[in-house]
Design a protein around this ligand. Structure first.
Ligand SMILES: [Zn+2]
Length: 925
């Protein structure tokens, strides 16, 4: 990173370095917690057993425990069987620590009583009230808001937890480990208690407590060795009939982890709780996962196919953490990708196995390219294992999760499934019950596979998106084809110098007949198998691979299956793309060819729009697209739907040097309208042919999911023309569909119409939708998002009006993301309005949220970090809003890191204009 001295000396920015990791001199191997739960006065009595760390020399240093926002009620020491109050002279309490100055040499216990106020805790970290439910969130550093502790992942302890609470308010009392929630002890004073024991040593970030009045769905799972596990899913009123899918998903996850990774569940029970107020998707607390309602509650009537598949994936993800994260955990937070990259890979494989592998590959690649690649190119770029962090809550990024998973995916590709399984088995058994590092992981992969991974490790150190280019050269005389692959990683905000990486590039060569050519390298022994897709190891800046026995010219198909998280920069001709659209046998690359041709064509339109020229679509493109339209009803319908729909916005804008949001919108609009007009009859036929057969039972199976997706895609094109017929089709679909996938798509089509009559229809449908589903938070979120994205004039005013609606709640992250996020991401024309009103609105919102929900505000602040991609007027507008945010005296450290990094990249003017540098906010930090 380009160090900024003014920030290094700013104590509030507090950077932490990976190299500074030191083990603690003391360990807490066991903790007993006695928690008297109350909405405003929760009393936590913690007894911790403290020992010296046997791995370190004994210096007799102070014991420094972490603690934040705690009221210390009493502090006792228990040594040699004697209990006594500690004298004030023996310890120090600061706003971050409790320090025992001269701890005894022999192991001893401390009894710490603290009091906390869950109602006043709006950080959504530690113990807080999520509506009527008292719940906790401890990753990354929330446990220190519950009691004084070594709140770091390398301290693993067993937990013995007794919860006490009012019977009426908190009939259900849950924590980690083994226990029987139905068997609480009545204390005779209106309260009851329960004991939970977790035998598996765990770091404090995996601790959890949940208490409240909830419905439960019970089931059981029998493990591979015949052990019966009690499964319970808890939800609040109104959700109890919508958790069957979650339970089925949980059982599928447990079975899959046994089958594919040999992992058997290790406690007597497994619990999941869903709460409305939750900052993330879900949390893998040992034996007690806590979920955002959005990722747990779902049924065909109220959820779309995508959401149901997502719910299954998140349930899988959190469950898989039981081994990749809980049993083997991270040494420190810089190693986050060790558990997250690995677990994301595992949940991706799970979804591939449960549904369509091809579609999952496409979605993952599109997801990575549309979000993580931007992160790599922006001011917050960092390697999957960062070296420097200012606020640990800010490292939950697409880079650490998604790119991290693709880095491991490359290892899987290089090793093959059998070796991968052997290596992961070894990893789980060697490091069971330990807190380890990414290096430890790669060591095992190298040892078991025998592949030299020295160079591969650079993926952990280097940020940025590698760019791959290729050239091919066919020699008819010798029947050889020479393919040269070149890699280059452009400099990023955090690193200027880059090295060549080791990456597996899966390639195919398509012959003129449209068939794949068998791939024999010149270096292959005679008789060696020649597969039609081959993984080439690109280990240098540039390498040439020579294929023999190639009978004629070929079209290369590079990066099949998205075998590495890289960008292919070579731009094939339109003819070559059209050829690959028709013949590539690799689903991912076939899709990619279509996407590339569309993006290329859109870029031409954007240029025309920027130069105020009339927009025209080339006939070659219209015809090539027409082939996809003609073939839409054959084969995998979900795949076909993806080749008909326009690429996601972020993919379209990715390679544009300067972004003009108005021109982009105009181009997208023009392309969609032209295609809709040209193939109006075909879309109508596709639409009719993909209607659900009468009496079909709804199921989340690829055939049905694909059909619904194509049906909705066709409706999207029909609706684009805004004819009275189109509106009627959409209204009819909205009215008769029994499933949310079709209902919501129809509503979406109508709300995107800009014709006056259609807008009146949309208003009516939106009103109807709210009336029907106002009790369903997730659908209300959708309702907010749809309105935030309405393209017609007055979008910002509508959003501001909705912020006063009963449906909106600034303290609920889901609501904020739905409405404010729906506006900033889903309505680019309005958000980027040249008058700067959208930017001012976002800054106002961030400043307001700073006090009530800083984490959500931090995520919203990321919207400003791409400011450099816009024209100078918009840049200036965004910079002034960022400076306004930085000037808030009580600004949250997470927001400060995001905005601060973005402002760091603003070129300092060569004049003596020091206004920005000396702005009070920067000085005070
Ligand atoms: Zn995770």
């Amino acid at each position: 990173m380009a160090e900024k001295k003014d920030f290094l000396f700013d104590p509030a920015r507090n950077p932490l370095y990976r190299d500074d990791y030191r083990p603690t001199e003391y360990k807490i191997p066991a903790v007993t917690l006695d928690i008297a739960l109350d909405e405003t006065e929760t009393v936590v009595k913690s007894r911790i057993h403290v020992t010296r760390n046997p791995a370190l020399p004994d210096t007799g240093g102070a014991l420094v425990l972490d603690g934040e926002g705690l009221k210390l009620k009493s502090l006792k020491i228990i040594e040699n069987g004697q209990t006594r109050d500690l004298d004030r002279s023996e310890f120090v309490v600061t706003d971050k620590n409790l320090i025992l100055k001269n701890p005894p040499a022999k192991p001893f216990d401390l009894e710490i009583v603290t009091e906390i106020n869950p109602t006043e805790n709006t950080t959504l970290s530690g113990i807080y009230m999520a509506g009527d439910i008292l719940c906790s969130q401890c990753e990354a550093q929330g446990f220190r808001r519950i009691t004084y502790f070594l709140d770091r992942p390398d301290n693993l302890a067993t937990y013995d937890v007794t919860l006490t609470g009012e019977q009426k308010k908190f009939p259900v009392l849950l924590s980690n480990g083994n226990g029987e929630p139905a068997k609480t002890v009545d204390n005779g004073d209106g309260t009851h208690s329960i004991n939970w024991k977790d035998p598996w040593p765990k770091p404090s970030y995996l601790f959890a407590v949940v208490a409240g009045d909830m419905h439960v769905l019970e089931d059981t799972f029998t493990t591979m060795t015949g052990k019966k596990v009690d499964l319970r899913i808890y939800v609040q009123d109104g959700y109890e009939d919508k958790i069957k899918w979650a339970m089925e998903s949980l059982k599928r996850s447990m079975k899959w982890d046994e089958d594919r990774y040999g992992r058997e569940y290790d406690l007597d029970c497994f619990h999941i709780v869903a709460v409305d107020k939750f900052n993330a998707g879900a949390m893998e607390n040992k034996g007690l996962n806590v979920f955002n309602v959005k990722y747990l509650v779902g049924s065909p009537e109220v959820s779309t196919d995508d959401e149901l598949i997502d719910i299954e994936a998140v349930i899988g993800h959190e469950y898989f953490h039981n081994y990749s994260g809980d049993r083997v955990t991270v040494r420190d937070w810089f190693e986050l990708t060790l558990k997250e990259g690995f677990t994301v890979l595992r949940d991706r494989q799970f979804t591939e196995d449960m549904h369509s592998k091809e579609i999952k590959r496409i979605d993952d690649a599109v997801g990575l390219r549309s979000a993580q690649f931007m992160e790599d190119a922006g001011p917050t770029s960092h390697p999957i294992r960062p070296d420097r962090v200012e606020e640990f809550d800010n490292i939950y990024t697409g880079t650490i999760y998604e790119k991290g998973s693709h880095v491991l995916g490359m290892l899987h590709t290089m090793m093959g499934e059998t070796t991968w399984r052997a290596a992961t088995d070894e990893y789980f058994s060697r490091f069971d019950g330990q807190a380890v590092t990414c290096d430890d992981f790669v060591d095992v992969m190298q040892e078991v596979s025998g592949i030299d991974l020295t160079q591969f490790r650079q993926w952990y150190n280097q940020s940025g998106t590698p760019e791959i280019s290729y050239t091919g050269d066919y020699d008819a005389a010798s029947k050889t084809y020479r393919l040269t692959l070149t890699q280059n990683t452009p400099p990023t905000a955090d690193q200027s110098a880059k090295v060549a990486l080791h990456m597996p590039i899966a390639v195919g060569l398509i012959g003129q007949s449209g068939k794949d050519v068998p791939l024999a390298l010149s270096t292959d022994a005679a008789g060696e198998a020649a597969p039609t897709t081959r993984v080439l190891h690109l280990t240098e800046a540039s390498l040439t691979f020579e294929f023999k026995n190639v009978d004629g010219p070929v079209v290369p198909s590079i990066l099949r299956g998205f075998s590495a998280p890289v960008k292919v920069t070579t731009q094939p001709s339109d003819e070559e793309l059209v050829f690959r659209m028709a013949h590539d046998t690799d689903g991912f690359n076939k899709y990619e060819a279509t996407e590339r041709l569309m993006v290329k064509t859109l870029h031409k339109l954007i240029k025309q729009a920027e130069n105020d020229l009339p927009l025209t679509l080339e006939q070659g493109f219209i015809d090539a697209y027409g082939e996809n339209v003609k073939n839409a009803l054959a084969g995998d319908l979900a795949f076909n739907a993806r080749t008909l729909g326009l690429p996601p916005y972020n993919i379209i804008i990715q390679d544009l040097k300067t972004l003009d949001p108005d021109a982009v919108s105009e181009a997208i609009d023009f392309m969609k309208t032209t295609l809709a007009k040209t193939y109006a009859e075909d879309f109508k036929n596709i639409y009719t042919a993909t209607a659900a057969p009468a009496g079909e039972a709804y199921n989340v199976v690829p055939a049905q999911v694909g059909r619904r997706e194509l049906h909705n895609t066709a409706l999207g094109f029909i609706g684009k023309l805004e004819t009275p017929d189109a509106a009627l089709d959409a209204v009819a679909q909205y009215g008769h569909s029994k499933n949310m996938t079709e209902k919501l798509a129809a509503l979406g089509v109508v709300t995107r119409m800009t014709d006056k009559d259609a807008m009146t229809v949309a208003d009516k449908l939106l009103e109807d939708f709210y009336g029907r589903y106002k009790d369903n938070n997730n659908l209300v979120d959708k309702w907010l998002s749809l309105q935030a994205g309405r393209p017609a004039d007055g979008a910002l005013a509508r959003v501001q009006e909705l912020m006063k609606h009963e449906a909106y709640d600034a303290t609920n992250p889901n609501k904020v993301y739905a409405l404010i996020g729906g506006f900033t991401a889903g309505n680019p024309s309005a958000f980027h309005d040249k008058d700067g009103s959208g930017y001012k609105f976002l800054a106002d919102t961030i400043i307001d949220l700073n006090d009530v929900n800083a984490k959500t505000a931090t995520n919203l602040a990321k919207r400003f970090t791409q400011f450099k991609r816009y024209d100078s007027d918009r840049q200036a507008l965004m910079i002034s809003q960022m400076e306004r945010i930085m000037a808030v005296p009580t600004l949250d450290i997470g927001i400060k890191e995001i905005i601060g990094k973005a402002l760091d990249t603003v070129e300092k003017k060569p004049t003596n204009d020091n206004a920005r540098k000396t702005a009070p906010a920067r000085k005070q930090g």
